[in-house]
Design a protein around this ligand. Structure first.
Ligand SMILES: Cc1cc2nc3c(=O)[nH]c(=O)nc-3n(C[C@H](O)[C@H](O)[C@H](O)COP(=O)(O)OP(=O)(O)OC[C@H]3O[C@@H](n4cnc5c(N)ncnc54)[C@H](O)[C@@H]3O)c2cc1C
Length: 459
């Protein structure tokens, strides 16, 4: 039994765990990855014996501080634990996880308080050819590089929109991949419009610009990928210029040969566990107060589950949550002056995150490029044509009805991948999906659990 169970060993979860442990709290950190670090500090698998893992990372010293802090902290780190549900009862919380790569062996962690630090995931938007081998998400390419020490190919186009494309393009280039182009849907004017809020990001931006120049990466701003080509696998992409409304300019298409397309259109917060616990959401993010508390007593949230904002913001939020949890578990009123510097950075970083979000929206008319035969939901093999038919001919007016009529989002990933695409094609708002479980769970595990609960109830 721990005082605090932290779900997610990324910057937010680790900062919270260390802050709480420093105040004498017993902490268990649970993460599905094989190593702590989350997305930003993703570590190469230990079997790969990386000699210079820092070569692929930024802010390595911060990671070393977190790692060293963890070693002497008494925090219990449970990696390879895939959490599918968190249950609340009168005595506290039970975190239900499935162990190891097979995800069949159930494990339960009991705690008095829970911190959700589950990060975010990439927004995937379809286009003709996006399912070809060789097309990967931008974060996926980064994960292959940082976690597996492998490059996804020899010649890549990095495309989409958002700041994540910069570390991906520079990281791939540094690993020896030829970058045919960095294709960014936003234009310089979109950034200038938010210049004041983004002033603090200038040095980081300048650093990336210098690296792109050094690796001779061609930047095509206000451009988008309209099609990926190939039979068995990717052989190239067609990119085209966008007008100021986000529409493809006719006659501007050009073909870029490549064997890899790393594509991403921003990120969305992971909210499944918060939703199963009944936490209030603010749009698509977990709603929290100044202490990072959700509206469910005993549940805190920090990092990208409360809004996409990068590793530094995740660290600040995690630190505040850890301090608040430690005080509240002891029955004391927390003293915000103890986390004043973290609160100051949180305010500043949330502002620049909001500006980045506004400066890098997906192209407004991306769905115009999606042909009827393009697969949208890969799990259930639903095409864009089927989604359009559900709306135009069968009268679906929301994502739930589209799902019922087409089965889009009913497969293995439960709409985590296709959700934004289905909503965009249907012309509906993307709304939280309210899943029952955060990930698929074997029926045997549920049956065993039901048996245990029944036994407990009858004894
Ligand atoms: C694929 C990807 C690649 C990225 N690469 C970069 C990059 O190169 N540079 C950059 O600046 N930013 C990158 N980001 C953004 C990055 O996520 C944040 O800046 C930062 O890591 C957020 O910290 P966090 O602690 O909130 O979440 P994360 O670092 O995302 O940590 C969340 C942790 O929660 C765990 N988790 C989630 N759900 C469960 C569950 N159900 N059970 C158990 N564990 C769970 C995950 O395994 C993960 O370790 C990337 C994001 C993604 C999605």
């Amino acid at each position: 039994m721990a005082d605090l169970a932290v779900i997610g060993a990324g910057p937010a979860g680790l900062a919270a765990a260390l802050a709480a442990a420093a105040q004498g709290v017993t902490v268990a950190v649970v993460d599905s990855a094989t190593e702590a670090g989350g997305q930003f500090y993703r570590q190469p698998a230990s079997g790969l014996r990386a000699r210079r893992p820092q070569a692929l990372h930024h802010q390595w010293r911060t990671w070393e501080r977190l790692k060293d802090g963890l070693t002497g902290s008494g925090v219990r780190l449970l990696t390879d634990h895939h959490v599918w549900s968190v249950e609340r009862d009168s005595d506290g919380f039970t975190v239900h996880a499935l162990l190891g790569p097979e995800q069949r062996e159930p494990v339960a962690v009991r705690a008095d308080a829970v911190l959700l630090a589950t990060g975010g995931y990439e927004r995937v938007l379809p286009f003709p050819g996006w399912t070809l081998p060789g097309v990967v998400t931008a974060g996926g390419a980064q994960a292959m590089l940082k976690g597996g020490l492998v490059a996804p190919g020899r010649r890549a186009v990095v495309a989409g929109t958002g700041p994540l494309l910069l570390p991906v393009a520079t990281g791939l280039a540094a690993a020896g991949v030829e970058i045919a182009a960095l294709v960014e849907a936003a234009g310089p004017k979109d950034l200038v419009r938010h210049g004041r809020a983004l002033a603090g990001k200038l040095p980081e931006g300048a650093g990336y610009a210098a690296r792109l120049l050094r690796h001779r990466v061609r930047l095509l701003s206000r451009h988008t990928v309209v099609r990926a080509h190939g039979d068995e696998r990717l052989t190239g992409v067609t990119v085209a210029a966008l007008d100021t409304d986000g529409r493809v300019r006719p006659g501007t298409g050009r073909y870029l040969p490549c064997d890899t397309l790393a594509v991403g259109h921003g990120m969305l917060p992971h909210t499944d566990l918060a939703e199963t616990l009944g936490c209030r959401l603010d749009g698509l993010t977990v709603a929290v107060d100044d202490e990072q508390r959700t509206d469910v007593p005993g549940v805190w949230a920090a990092g990208e589950s409360t809004g996409i904002g990068g590793a530094a913001l995740a660290l600040a939020e995690g630190h505040i949550a850890g301090r608040s949890i430690a005080a509240r578990l002891k029955g004391a009123e927390p003293d915000p002056t103890q986390w004043a510097p973290a609160a100051k950075s949180r305010t500043k970083l949330r502002k620049s995150a909001a500006a980045l979000d506004a400066a890098y929206p997906p192209p407004a008319h991306w769905s115009d490029q999606v042909t009827d035969d393009t697969l949208v939901c890969r799990c259930e093999e639903v095409t864009a044509g089927a989604v359009r038919e559900a709306v135009d001919e069968l009268g679906a007016g929301d994502v739930r009805t589209v799902k019922l009529l087409t089965r889009a989002g009913m497969g293995w990933c439960q709409g985590r991948v296709c959700g934004p695409a289905v909503a965009g094609l249907a012309g509906c708002e993307l709304t939280p999906s309210r899943p029952s479980f955060a990930r698929p769970v074997p029926l045997g595990v549920l049956a065993r659990q039901h048996g245990m609960a029944t036994e407990k109830g009858t004894s």
